[in-house]
Design a protein around this ligand. Structure first.
Ligand code: GLN
Length: 543
């Protein structure tokens, strides 16, 4: 029987609903259940592909090429499952679907309304493919009370009624502000938020209370009484030093136990096994996170250095590689638009350098300055997507003697060593990309296979000849036309697309650890299974 756990958020945004949902999924997995993670996003964009990373944080890319909200990154990293396009819904997508049906005449002349047409589409989405798993954890984006979120809350109410308490559960993540002068945690905002939910026909079963101080008995009793939630189900979600400490923290609060109790799944004989499973996974990781043996500083040169969420998966992949190397990694964020002198000053005390992905020509000179610095000073270097493209341009300009080497993304004149490719081969199919296509649809997106040449650094790093990584870019290395200058600049193409036409990984023959990839390896890394490229980079940095 498949069951549904709905996660809503109250009082304000940024409470960490994504991490809370991911942690719930991870804990249920450790109890032996299969899970699915879904997210309903109330904004009207069809997907976040065109949203600025500055405002909304990074765009996460799934295996199937879906450009999704960054919470999907948390889901995959905490649970190890691969999410798909069918797990992510936005208001834009719901309306797109309903309007297409309307144009097609599927509604047989009836007027289309939020209830039932929009809510039915939302319910179909929530239940789709859920038969094959024990639990679907479904996060509702935004904060309860937002106008955009109303149809989702209504769909949740209807589903709760249709499937009954035995198959559905509602968890409300809320916030208890701490008033310093009074020395007290305040419950009123949560009471209001729960009242609002109740007025829409939803009674939360568990309150997960984000707070900076522990909840005493009195607070729990008060919340229980005013919100009609059993006292054992009023739980603390204390601020954590590191997000991977949260599953264990929730477990100690009894969250997974109370979820199982709700669904009548509690088996007291199995509890000891659950304890061991949790200790072996999350508690063990805690030890490495809190007491690492080494510490290392690495530099990341990017454009969105003010909003860390813009590089969320990257930051996580770096941290994971640190855990596996028993090291704490401190990132020095360098603004690519800073002066060359400042950039160089900041690079001086970094043990590794990363130039991450990016779009447009802003900051490219600063990034190339950092690449040159890494190349000349033999500092371990990892270039990601745009980072690879700039490593090729830098080498062609400064070693290959091709002074006007550039990418078609930056200008319309020059030698395009990085160029727009109209089509490519994906597992036997020719995929096409049109120059005038809409912005959301002209990229090489999702998982692609790459063939790695033996005897190369890439082969040593991955330990195999065939890998897959996820992509998100429009431009490619124009190796067919500029092979001679690229080769003579000291670059080795160590990984290519399976048909051999597109360079996927490059490295340098004159450097101990200089590697760059056209893909985004940061999308495939988790705390217990770091991506090989990041792992090897940090290892090289530690020395
Ligand atoms: N802007 C480059 C391209 O579209 C690189 C993209 C990226 O780094 N994700 O090809």
């Amino acid at each position: 029987m498949s069951r549904f756990v709905f996660v809503t958020g109250g009082v304000m945004s940024s409470l960490g609903k994504g991490i809370a949902s991911a942690s719930i999924g991870a804990l249920l997995q450790l109890r032996g259940y299969s899970i699915k993670m879904k997210k309903l996003d109330p904004y009207i964009n069809v997907d976040p592909g065109t949203m600025s990373p500055y405002k909304h944080g990074e765009v996460f890319v799934m295996d199937d090429g879906c450009e999704a909200d960054l919470d999907f990154g948390h889901y995959e990293r905490f649970t190890g499952i691969c999410c798909t396009r069918d797990d992510s819904l936005t208001t834009g997508r719901v309306y797109e679907k309903v309007l297409n049906k309307e144009r097609h005449g599927d509604y047989l002349g009836s007027d289309i309304q939020v209830i039932p047409h929009i809510t039915n589409e939302i319910k179909n989405f929530i239940t789709k493919n859920s038969e094959n798993v024990d639990f679907t954890i479904c996060e509702i984006g935004g904060t309860v009370g937002d106008i955009e979120g109303l149809p989702y809350v209504e769909a949740l109410r209807q589903l709760s009624m249709e499937l009954g308490k035995e198959r559905t559960m509602r968890i409300h993540l809320t916030f208890l502000p701490y008033i310093k002068v009074a020395g007290e945690l305040k419950t009123k905002p949560t009471q209001h938020s729960v009242k609002q939910l109740q007025s829409m026909g939803i009674q939360p079963d568990i309150l997960l209370c984000r707070s900076e101080k522990p909840l005493n008995n009195e607070i729990r009793a008060k919340l229980s009484m005013f919100c009609s939630v059993a006292k054992d189900n009023v739980m603390a979600a204390l601020d954590a030093e590191n997000i991977y400490l949260i599953p264990n923290q929730y477990h100690l609060e009894g969250l997974d136990r109370q979820i199982c109790k709700h669904f009548n799944l509690l088996d007291s004989n199995a509890e000891a096994q659950v304890e061991t499973a949790i200790k072996n996974k999350w508690a063990k990781l805690t030890e490495v996170i809190l007491h690492p043996k080494h510490s290392i500083k690495i530099a990341v040169i990017g454009k969105y250095t003010k909003l860390k969420d813009a590089y969320l998966s990257l930051t996580q992949a770096i941290a994971h590689a640190g855990y596996a190397n028993n090291a704490r990694v401190d990132i020095s964020w360098i603004n690519a638009e800073d002066t060359p002198e400042n950039i160089e000053k900041l690079l001086k005390d970094a043990k590794c350098i990363i130039v991450p992905g990016g779009f447009s020509s802003r900051g490219i000179e600063g990034k190339m300055h950092a690449i040159r610095y890494a190349r000349e000073n033999k500092i371990p270097f990892l270039g990601i997507c745009l980072g690879l493209q700039l490593a090729v341009i830098e080498a062609c300009r400064n070693i290959g003697g091709l002074a006007d080497a550039t990418s078609r993304e930056f200008t319309d004149k020059g030698s395009f060593v990085i160029d727009f490719m109209k089509n490519w081969d994906k597992e036997g199919f020719i995929e096409e990309r049109k120059e005038d296509g809409d912005k959301g649809g002209t990229m090489r997106l999702g998982s692609y296979e790459c063939k790695i040449a033996e005897g190369t650094l890439a082969h040593k790093v991955y330990g195999k000849s065939h890998i897959t990584e996820r992509h998100r870019h429009r431009y490619e290395v124009n190796y067919a036309q500029y092979k001679d200058v690229i080769d003579s600049s000291g670059i080795i193409v160590s990984g290519t697309s399976v048909d051999g036409t597109l360079p996927e990984i490059i490295e340098r023959r004159d450097h101990p650890f200089f590697i760059a990839t056209q893909a985004h390896p940061e999308f495939k890394s988790s705390p217990l299974s770091p991506n090989p490229l990041f792992y090897a980079l940090i290892k090289a940095g530690i020395g």
